[in-house]
Design a protein around this ligand. Structure first.
Ligand SMILES: Cc1cc2nc3c(=O)[nH]c(=O)nc-3n(C[C@H](O)[C@H](O)[C@H](O)COP(=O)(O)O)c2cc1C
Length: 334
């Protein structure tokens, strides 16, 4: 049973991935989706790499998600990711419904209409990736009238992929309604060997365990719930093993998490930019707490790190230097 940390553009950058690693429990951690075309063009023009690949070189155990519709461009990118970036896996995006990707660029979920084209893409990327596993992420289909996840999954398996994640919505659904786990489950008997990972709407440890128990999947992928709780993977991992589930952090411990998150962001960004990026996550971290709306309204006007952390200290309580945060979280999650 594998637990996967989902690719999420704008969120699953280097700092987030390190934070998930800090808590432990995720077997596979994915980057944000990276455009193969941008990589190839940027490198040709300026020998630079897209920002979304920041930190990937030298990062242990990271899967890079890539998108485009050209087998050649994707393969060129895959070769570089394998040889120069040392990635542990490549995930192909056939699920993104966003206009820039599935519209004009005819990539992401647009390609679900064409299982054969998806098969050709997977085959090309598998061919150049050697021992590095190539996986794919799809939705159930483009619309409710054209659900074809079984055909697409079979094309992906026949092309040699090492796994598939299925988000149980159609592209037209965007994020509306509920993920259809019965439709995900219907794919399993139609596959011969490739692991199937289910994705969509897992919000709690109980959701995760019930999906793993009640649906024939080889693992689960979690996205949004882990933005507010990057420690959720460690809780699920403990629950699967019948171990004591690590408790939710207290408010002061959450302040520690936020400070650690900030430190990780400043490896890549200047302090003010790190604050701007962190703010997005803080909205998720404090959601549901008393007076969180007022806190959000104030904090979104502050860019200076000192004022920013003063506000956080006032809201969550100030951590003592002597508290045992790292020890507590590290020991309970390993
Ligand atoms: C802000 C955001 C960005 C996302 N970016 C990506 C992406 O880059 N690639 C991808 O395959 N899916 C992306 N997704 C979809 C998620 O990976 C996941 O399939 C979806 O959120 C459903 O899972 P969840 O209910 O656990 O969040 C994104 C979702 C969100 C909310």
């Amino acid at each position: 049973m594998k637990i996967l940390s989902a690719p999420m553009a704008g969120f699953t950058n280097y700092a987030y991935r390190e934070l998930v690693r800090f808590f432990g429990g995720a077997d596979i951690i994915e980057t944000e989706m990276a455009s193969a075309r941008s990589f190839v063009e940027l490198e040709l023009r300026s020998r630079e790499y897209p920002l979304r690949l920041w930190g990937v070189c030298g990062e242990s155990d990271v899967v890079v998600q890539i998108w485009d519709n050209s087998p050649d461009t994707l393969s060129e990118f895959a070769i570089r990711l394998v040889n120069d970036f040392g990635v542990s896996g490549i995930d192909l995006n056939f699920g993104c419904p966003a206009k820039q990707i599935a519209g004009r660029s005819e990539s992401g979920s647009y390609l679900l209409r064409f299982p054969d084209r998806i098969g050709d893409i997977v085959k090309s990327v598998v061919l150049v990736s050697g021992d590095i596993p190539v996986t794919a992420k799809i939705r159930l289909g483009c619309t409710a009238d054209s659900i074809n996840a079984i055909d697409v999954a079979q094309a992906i398996e026949s092309a040699g992929a090492s796994g598939i994640t299925v988000h149980g919505r159609t592209a037209a659904d965007m994020y509306r309604g509920n993920a259809d786990w019965d439709a995900i489950a219907a794919i399993k008997p139609k596959l011969c060997r490739m692991p199937l990972y289910g994705n969509g709407d897992i919000k709690t440890v109980e959701d995760a365990i019930s999906r793993l128990r009640n649906y024939p999947v080889d693992g689960i992928m979690i996205g949004r719930a882990a933005i507010s709780k990057p420690w959720i993977f460690s809780q699920i991992s403990a629950a699967i093993r019948n171990r004591e589930i690590p408790p939710e952090p207290t408010d002061i411990e959450l302040n520690r998490v936020i400070r650690l998150h900030y430190e990780l962001l400043t490896k890549q960004l200047l302090p003010q930019s790190a604050v701007v990026q962190l703010r997005k996550h803080i909205f998720y971290y404090v959601a549901g707490k008393a007076l969180s709306r007022q806190f959000r309204n104030i904090i979104c006007q502050v860019n200076d790190p000192i004022n920013f952390f003063n506000l956080i200290d006032n809201f969550l309580g100030k951590p003592e230097n002597s508290d045992n945060f790292t020890k507590k979280f590290r020991t309970i999650t390993t």
